[in-house]
Unconditional design. Structure first.
Length: 217
């Protein structure tokens, strides 16, 4: 399954808090089988549609410097991937230049104005493969262009620059495009992507484990 030229229907709304205005983009229909939870690390179980939603949302967040991209996930089907009692989360992706304070998210989420439906088209060559060389700058002491993350208001926030999103996003495109064929051959197989977040070898370092849910593939 190729993502090139694939359309994604979204709702685009706006929120104003004092002098600040925010543009919020979310899918027209939240993924029915996409479960993100915070237990021993960040675990995201996805079906085929949720994998596509995530890849396109990731690309959109990298390109849309002035938008908050929101995947509402807490009300989806919980029969895959979440342990009893685990904390379920929504997902928000945004560019660091917004300087958005995650403590404001609860107010923003509650005040989203009437939204309208638009179509987003994933371009040919979006989220291109990233191949690190022997002197990968990510491991340099002064490197700061990494994805940051926070948890607030039952939401995982992933924040970064376009290069930071694209450096990890190719894994999601690869998962969306290649997992269907792999799971058709081996329905009980394991298909996943490991998304690095935070500064390597620091307290902020974590991985988002995105795993295909075999029950709903």
């Amino acid at each position: 399954m190729r993502l090139d030229d694939r359309e994604w229907k979204v709702r685009v709304g706006s929120v104003r808090l004092g002098a600040a205005a925010y543009r919020v983009i979310r899918p027209e229909r939240p993924p029915a089988h996409g479960v993100l939870h915070h237990d021993f690390g960040m675990q995201f179980s996805v079906d085929k549609q949720a994998t596509v939603d995530l890849a396109i949302a990731w690309w959109l967040a990298a390109r849309s410097r002035r938008s908050i991209v929101w995947l509402p996930l807490r009300t989806g089907d919980a029969d895959c991937g979440s342990a009893p009692g685990s904390r379920r989360l929504d997902l928000v992706l945004l560019h660091h230049s917004l300087a958005f304070r995650v403590s404001e998210w609860k107010r923003v989420r509650a005040r989203i104005a009437e939204s309208h439906v638009q179509k987003v088209t994933f371009p040919a060559g979006g989220l291109p493969p990233y191949r690190s060389g022997p002197h990968d700058v990510r491991w340099h002491h002064g490197f700061r262009d990494h994805l940051d993350w926070r948890v607030a208001a039952d939401t995982l926030f992933i924040v970064g620059s376009r290069p930071a999103f694209e450096r990890e996003g190719w894994k999601l495109r690869e998962l969306a495009e290649e997992a269907p064929a792999r799971l058709a051959e081996a329905p009980d197989g394991h298909c996943c992507a490991e998304i690095a977040m935070g500064r390597y070898r620091s307290r902020t370092y974590a991985e988002l484990h995105v795993e295909c849910c075999n029950r709903h593939w």
